[in-house]
Design a protein. Structure first.
Lengths: 141, 236
């Protein structure tokens, strides 16, 4: 498995929003270099042109975060959380926020120039490190 | 407000985020129908007299009430006999937050509360803000990208996880339209207009095209799109 060093702007905002903490502003946090761990997997789907990639498990101050992305014909089509910081009392709340947020991230990731997404339900701005790791892994793989 | 709120600010303006989130938390504590001790909840239960409410509560309720006639009753915070100003409060709170930021000297910012957005100035790359409108039937798809340095964008719709907008005249879910996006200067108005238009269904196109100072685009249940003459972008 090729190791790829990734640089991305860390926006903790999405994670802290998921967890209900007061958040710092976006786009003003320092850049951080991360590398996907060797336990990231990449499976070619049986459907032509479909790839499923599990991003690196990212240790955040709240716990581990990991996402899985599906890429169809080079386009990001699905993002699901595999691991979210577990806190029994907030599991449901986090889960209900996370899927629409991650979908919104997937949409923005298709075009790096989108700043915000307007939609009827929960949308949010920012990159989740695991998502970015998975995307960059897909591009590099 | 029970939803993720994201805020993009210039480097160095981080302390303003505390003020914005403090404001939004106050709005939630005061207006939320999910909080039993909010002023709105206490008003509804009759524990608080209207003239004893916070001045901003009176202001919001007054502004929202003034929209019943222009929206032909499709935006009505007293629909079905129960006061619920949430459809106005969200856009209003973000609009106020944006004006707070301007007053504090932040001329480049973008606030997104549950899909209601107020953008000013430019992003971190020095370009106008680019705001994507999702296709509600396929949230991974973008329908429009709005580029702006000064705009409010509000979307009302029936997305996979959202509650249906109810037609206040019939009490039934409004199903003809999938989503309506309204743009203009005031996010509270844009939000109310988008909500009203969604409830209106097929008649919304005509009504939206008559709005002064606001433009709109919509996606119907069949996936077809329509936009007003002044809608600021091409289909994606």
């Amino acid at each position: 498995m090729r190791r790829v060093i990734l640089t991305l702007v860390v926006t903790a905002a999405v994670l802290v929003l998921l967890l209900g903490y007061k958040t710092a502003s976006l786009k003003s946090l320092p850049t951080v270099a991360i590398a996907p761990t060797s336990n990231s997997t990449s499976k070619a789907g049986t459907t032509k042109g479909t790839k499923t990639i599990d991003g690196a498990v990212v240790q955040t101050q709240f716990g581990p975060v990991q996402v899985r992305v599906t890429i169809k014909s080079g386009k990001l089509t699905e993002v699901v959380p595999l691991q979210l910081p577990s806190d029994r009392s907030r599991d449901q709340e986090i889960a209900s926020y996370s899927v629409p947020i991650l979908r919104s991230e997937a949409l923005k990731a298709q075009s790096a120039q989108i700043d915000m997404v307007s939609g009827a339900t929960y949308t949010s701005q920012g990159y989740i490190q695991s998502l970015q790791a998975a995307l960059d892994q897909a591009r590099g793989a | 407000m029970g939803m993720p709120i994201s805020l993009a600010l210039r480097r160095g303006e981080e302390p303003l985020a505390d003020e914005v989130f403090g404001w939004l938390r106050w709005v939630d504590a005061t207006f939320s129908t999910y909080k039993s001790d909010s002023e709105i909840s206490r008003l509804v239960r009759g524990e608080l007299r209207p003239h004893h409410t916070h001045p901003l509560v009176r202001e919001v309720l007054g502004q929202a009430a003034a929209l019943v006639a222009p929206t032909k009753g499709y935006f009505d915070i007293h629909a079905r006999g129960q006061l619920d100003p949430s459809g106005y409060v969200k856009g209003w709170a973000v609009q106020m937050a944006s004006e707070l930021l301007l007053a504090r000297g932040s001329h480049d910012h973008c606030i997104n509360a549950g899909g209601d957005i107020r953008a000013h100035g430019r992003n971190a790359e020095g370009r106008p803000w680019r705001i994507a409108v999702q296709d509600p039937q396929d949230p991974a798809e973008i329908r429009w990208i709005i580029e702006t340095e000064d705009l409010a964008v509000a979307t009302s719709g029936t997305y996979a996880r959202g509650d249906h907008v109810i037609d206040p005249h019939t009490g039934q879910a409004a199903l003809a339209l999938s989503s309506v996006t309204v743009v203009g200067q005031d996010l509270a108005l844009a939000d109310a207009y988008a909500t009203a238009a969604l409830a209106m269904g097929t008649d919304a196109r005509h009504w939206l095209s008559m709005l002064e100072g606001y433009d709109a685009a919509l996606i119907d249940a069949g996936g077809g799109t329509w936009s007003s003459i002044g809608w600021p972008c091409e289909d994606e």
